[in-house]
Design a protein around this ligand. Structure first.
Ligand SMILES: Cc1cc2nc3c(=O)[nH]c(=O)nc-3n(C[C@H](O)[C@H](O)[C@H](O)COP(=O)(O)OP(=O)(O)OC[C@H]3O[C@@H](n4cnc5c(N)ncnc54)[C@H](O)[C@@H]3O)c2cc1C
Length: 483
């Protein structure tokens, strides 16, 4: 018997393991829900809600081609072992996964188990990420080849499997996770992903490059495809090729009819490459989940100040832009890139919190939590890569630049609803008019200066540059920068 193991690839279109399984005769499609994964501090009910939608949608997609998705709960190895002792497994088909330390260790154990039992485990590339890459030379070329490959679709050739296994109804999974009430998480599933892509191309994305940075516009103007990419309810290649085709079409129009689409589509296409560029870093250096990429920063003394940490998590720091973002994130499971960078920077620099605690909380909140992008980005924003410019965001300036009328802030902070925007912009200096809104928990300028000086001092130490050069060699983009 062959198994198609669905992991973070919950779709039937452009799915290479599915296509290969079809070519190799009857198979059982299986998804294994792992309660232990949901007990790790980077996973939460938010991911579960989205996952459940995706599984529901996947069941329908498979039913349409006469296949039944088998859902099991527990430890993957024990489940495979049980199946194998009843009906020997010949091959397991799946995608490669660049997961957190927990899934990484699980996959190593599965590999060993397959070897011991003479089972083939055929893994296929899910993204433009290369396993066992020596360095970044030529990576871009590999990525282009991956992304431009013709999508596969051979669902019409499915041979139904006479063997069936017990399956658990989706509703029963809820008991294995800790519920969070009143969330407003976006809906999962392939149908939703395609609707989002369509609405982005038809209208939402026209000012993407100009509107992606402000939280006032970004919730609508960004593609919002990240959680779908993370759960695989749509694949990167389909998104990239659809957007590229649209860009070619826009270019064929007269300048007057192009509007701002050219810039918008170029910007998002570039970011889809970043998706894999960042995951590749994590694939090559999985320790960045818990260790500084540049060991020069190991000397930093950052004890976890629980009072500051809790204020940041609850959106009660006294800095309106930070607080609105943290409250929006807790409710919706999403923030745009600039605001993610700002809340991370504020926590790691102004509040001087260890990035490990910050990253776990944010991962827990981001419905699109993708370990490869997440840990690489966290370290970039925390200033611990040794190869990126240290950027400390001033939350007062971010409010002025990206929410001058304070509409986003007022929406998420009811304590400030009736306050004039001009007063909100200076509320960190003196708060005499919003008694229910917290006083600032730190002095912005002072904390920023201390953080900057401490980080730059480390950069001047002997050997720092040598170690940075090694990191660039292994992880740095080879893209030539404009002079
Ligand atoms: C601290 C921090 C943590 C982050 N953690 C995650 C994470 O766990 N998962 C995640 O998908 N993104 C993460 N990002 C990157 C980025 O913020 C999100 O990809 C983006 O906001 C998702 O919304 P969207 O799909 O509407 O993106 P769009 O702006 O519409 O972009 C389309 C796609 O391009 C990719 N992309 C966009 N920006 C980036 C970027 N800066 N780096 C890498 N890929 C990018 C994503 O796949 C995204 O879905 C993080 C950023 C920061 C600063």
């Amino acid at each position: 018997m062959n198994i198609l193991w669905f992991k973070k690839d919950l779709r039937t279109t452009n799915h290479e393991p599915l296509s290969q399984a079809i070519k190799n005769g009857p198979f059982i499609p299986i998804y294994i829900f792992e309660p232990e994964l949901f007990q790790q501090h980077d996973y939460s009910y938010r991911h579960f809600v989205f996952l459940k939608d995706c599984l529901d949608d996947l069941q329908h997609q498979l039913n349409a081609v006469s296949l039944k998705l088998i859902i099991n709960v527990g430890n993957v190895m024990s489940i495979f072992n049980d199946i194998h002792s009843n009906t020997p497994i010949q091959t397991i088909f799946s995608h490669e996964e660049t997961g957190n330390n927990w899934t990484y260790r699980r996959d190593i154990a599965i590999k060993k188990w397959c070897k011991t039992h003479s089972i083939n485990w055929s893994e296929y590339q899910q993204f433009g990420v290369i396993r066992k890459l020596k360095n970044r030379d030529g990576w871009s070329k590999h990525w282009q080849t991956f992304i431009n490959k013709t999508p596969i679709n051979n669902l019409d050739k499915i041979v139904p499997n006479p063997i069936s296994l017990n399956s658990i109804p989706l509703d029963q999974l809820e008991q294995y996770v800790t519920k969070i009430n009143s969330l407003d998480i976006q809906k999962g599933g392939s149908k939703q992903a395609i609707t989002l892509l369509k609405s982005f191309i038809e209208n939402r994305g026209k000012n993407y490059h100009k509107e992606m940075s402000s939280p006032v516009t970004a919730f609508n103007s960004c593609s919002r495809l990240s959680a779908h990419l993370t759960h695989g309810s749509i694949d990167l290649r389909t998104i990239y090729q659809t957007l590229s085709k649209q860009k070619t079409y826009i270019k064929s129009l007269s300048k007057d009819n192009q509007g701002s689409w050219n810039g918008a589509l170029a910007a998002i296409l570039g970011r889809l490459r970043w998706h894999c560029h960042f995951i590749q870093k994590f694939e090559d250096e999985p320790t960045i989940e818990y260790k500084n990429l540049h060991p020069g920063y190991d000397v930093l003394d950052k004890p976890l100040n629980l009072e500051l940490f809790e204020a940041w998590k609850a959106g009660k720091t006294g800095f309106p832009m930070v607080d609105a973002c943290m409250r929006a994130l807790a409710k919706t499971g999403w923030l745009n890139f600039r605001m993610r960078a700002m809340v991370t920077s504020f926590a790691c620099h102004h509040l001087w919190l260890p990035w490990q605690a910050v990253s776990h909380y944010l991962a827990n909140c981001f419905t699109d939590y993708e370990p490869g992008i997440h840990y690489s980005q966290i370290q970039m924003q925390a200033g611990t890569t040794g190869i990126n410019t240290i950027r400390i965001y001033n939350p007062v300036k971010q409010l002025l630049d990206h929410d001058p009328n304070c509409s986003f802030v007022k929406h998420w902070i009811p304590e400030l609803e009736s306050i004039e925007p001009a007063l909100i912009h200076v509320i960190h200096e003196s708060n005499l008019f919003a008694p229910h809104y917290p006083k600032p928990i730190i002095n912005e300028k002072e904390s920023r200066t201390i953080a900057r000086n401490t980080l730059f001092k480390i950069r001047k130490k002997p050997l720092f540059k040598d170690l940075s050069s090694n990191i660039v060699q292994k992880h740095g983009s080879r893209k030539k920068r404009k002079p």
